[in-house]
Design a binder for this molecule. Structure first.
Ligand code: SDX
Length: 429
C-alpha cells in the first residue's frame, strides 16, 4: 500500500503520496498541495525540498556516505580513474574496454580548440578571474557547435560530452597561461591519459614539454573523481534548472560554472587557501581564528568547513587529507599551510560551536593543498573543481532531458511587497 501523509489546514485535510527512495529516503509529494489547500510550501534555501528523482548519486549526510551509481566513493577513489568514473556517472555503467578506447578517441579528437575560440582569449583582460573566462568559454561552445543545440541521438550526446570533457582542459590551460602571457599548446601523446595530458597542457612552455610524474597525475585524477558529482548541489541544480527550459547542454553547463564560482560553493577551495595563507602571514593563533567564528557580529567563517548535507565527515575530505601527505612526500615538499589546516581541524572538532552545529571539514578544506603542491595557482582552484564536476553536470542535464514527465522549473514565491497602489500614490513616496 502506498505510504501517505496527511496535511490539514484551515479545517480541511488531504492525503499526499510519500515517495520512498532506493535507500529509504522519504518525500511527501506535494504536487497537488496548492490545488487542494491553496497553500504552497516555503523552504528557504531548499534545505527540505527535493527537486527531482535521480539515479546518479546518493549521499547520506548523517552517515557520511557518497556513492556514484551505487558504488562507494572510497572504492572508486582506490580502484577507478576519472574517465572511467565519468563514464559511469554519465551512462550509469562502466565502459567495456572497447567503449573506453572509443570514448578516449573522441576525447582526443576534441582536445583542441578552433582558432576562432582561441582568439577569444585576446579579448579578456590579463587579470580577469579564471572563473569569469571559464564561464564565457564554456558558453562560447554554443557559438561553435550550433549543430548540437538539439541532441537528436546518442551520437550527438556523446560528441557534446566529449567536447565538454576534453576542451575544458585546454581552456583551463589557456586561462592559466593567459595570465602569464603565453598561450603555448602542446598536443600531448595519446598514451598519457586524460589528467596527465591536462598537466602537459598546463605546464609545458616554449621548448620545455612538461610530463607529469605518474603520482602527481594520479593525485589530480583522484581530486577529479572526488569532485565528479554530488547530487543536487547549487551548481548542479542550476544546470538542471537551465536544462528544464530545454536550453542546450553547453549553456546549461556554463550556468553551472557560474553558480560554482561563489565562495560558499566551489569558490571555497580558493577561499580556504587564502584564509590559511592569511593566518600564516599574520601569525594568527589557532585559538584566535576559532574564536573569530563565534563572534556574533563577525561574518567570518572557517572556509572549507560545514555542509548543507553532511552532518558528519565529508568522506571526500578524509580521502583528500590522506592524499595530501602522500603527494607532499612524493614531491619532497612540506607545506606549512597543511599543518595550519590540521591544527584548525583538530581545534574545531573539539569545540562545542562546531560540534553543536555539526560542522566538519568538507571537500574544499584540504583539496587546495594538493593543487598548490602540484603548482596550480590558487585562483585556478575553482576551475579545477569545475573540471572535476563536468561529468555530474552532463549526467544531470541528460537525466533531466530524458525524463518524459520533465517540466520547466518554475518555483512559486510568497509576495511581501506593497499592496495595490496608484502611480500617483507611489510617486508620493
Ligand atoms: C561545496 O552542496 C554541495 O554538495 C556542495 C559541495 C559539492 O560537492 O557540490 O559539497 C561543494 O560547496 C562544499 C561547501 C564549501 N563551502 C564552504 O566551505 C564555505 C563555508 N561553509 C559555509 O558557509 C556553510 O557551511 C555552507 C554554505 C557550506 C552550508 O551552509 P548552510 O547549510 O546554509 O548552513 P548555515 O549557513 O545555515 O549555518 C548553520 C550554522 C550558522 O550558525 P548559527 O546561525 O546557527 O549560529 O552554522 C554556522 C552558521 O553561522 N556555520 C559556520 C560555518 N558554516 C556554517 N560557522 C563557521 N564556519 C563555517 N564554515
Amino acid at each position: 500500500m502506498q505510504d501517505k501523509a496527511t496535511i490539514s489546514y484551515d479545517g480541511k485535510a488531504a492525503d499526499y503520496p510519500v515517495i520512498i527512495g532506493t535507500e529509504g529516503e522519504k518525500a511527501i509529494d506535494v504536487g497537488k498541495l496548492r490545488a487542494q489547500t491553496g497553500c504552497i510550501t516555503f523552504d528557504d534555501g531548499y534545505g527540505n525540498t527535493g527537486s527531482c528523482l535521480s539515479k546518479i548519486t546518493f549521499i547520506d549526510g548523517d552517515q557520511g556516505i557518497l556513492r556514484y551509481r551505487g558504488i562507494d566513493i572510497a572504492e572508486l577513489a582506490e580502484k577507478s580513474d576519472f574517465i572511467e568514473t565519468a563514464y559511469l556517472i554519465i551512462w550509469g555503467r562502466f565502459p567495456t574496454a572497447d567503449e573506453r578506447r572509443a570514448f578516449e578517441a573522441r576525447l582526443q579528437e576534441h582536445a583542441k580548440l578552433p582558432e576562432s575560440m582561441t582568439q577569444q582569449f585576446q579579448g579578456f583582460p590579463k587579470d580577469a578571474h579564471p572563473m569569469a573566462i571559464l564561464t564565457a568559454m564554456i558558453n562560447a561552445m554554443s557559438c561553435h557547435h550550433q549543430e548540437l543545440f538539439e541532441i537528436r541521438n546518442e551520437a550527438d550526446f556523446t560528441t557534446a560530452t566529449a567536447i565538454l570533457l576534453s576542451k575544458i582542459r585546454l581552456i583551463a590551460a589557456y586561462i592559466y597561461k593567459h595570465g602569464t602571457g603565453d598561450s603555448l599548446f602542446v598536443q600531448p601523446s595519446d598514451a598519457s591519459g586524460y589528467t596527465a595530458q591536462f598537466l602537459t597542457m598546463m605546464f609545458s612552455w616554449p621548448g620545455k614539454r612538461y610530463v607529469a610524474d605518474a603520482d602527481v597525475a594520479r593525485a589530480l585524477d583522484l581530486l577529479f573523481i572526488l569532485h565528479a558529482d554530488h547530487e543536487q548541489n547549487c551548481s548542479t541544480s542550476t544546470v538542471r534548472m537551465v536544462a528544464s527550459s530545454e536550453a542546450n547542454l553547453f549553456t546549461a553547463v556554463s550556468a553551472g560554472v557560474s553558480a560554482l564560482w561563489g565562495k560558499l560553493h566551489g569558490g571555497a577551495n580558493q577561499a580556504v587557501l587564502e584564509m590559511l595563507q592569511g593566518i600564516k602571514d599574520r601569525g594568527d593563533s589557532i585559538e584566535s581564528v576559532i574564536a573569530k567564528c563565534k563572534q556574533k557580529d563577525s561574518d567570518f567563517r572557517l572556509m572549507g568547513f560545514g555542509h548543507r548535507v553532511y552532518k558528519n565527515f565529508d568522506p571526500r575530505a578524509k580521502i583528500i587529507k590522506v592524499a595530501c601527505d602522500k603527494v607532499l612526500d612524493k614531491l619532497g615538499k612540506t607545506d606549512p599551510l597543511l599543518q595550519i589546516a590540521k591544527d584548525l581541524e583538530k581545534a574545531a572538532l573539539s569545540d562545542s560551536y562546531f560540534v553543536d552545529r555539526k560542522l566538519y571539514p568538507n571537500v574544499d578544506f584540504y583539496s587546495g593543498i594538493i593543487m598548490r603542491a602540484i603548482g596550480i595557482p590558487t585562483n585556478m582552484f575553482t576551475v579545477m573543481f569545475a573540471l572535476g564536476r563536468m561529468p555530474g553536470w552532463i549526467a544531470n542535464w541528460k537525466e533531466t532531458n530524458e525524463n518524459p514527465k520533465a517540466r520547466i522549473y518554475r518555483p512559486r514565491q510568497i509576495y511581501m511587497g506593497p499592496k495595490l497602489r496608484s502611480y500617483e500614490e507611489a510617486k508620493k513616496g
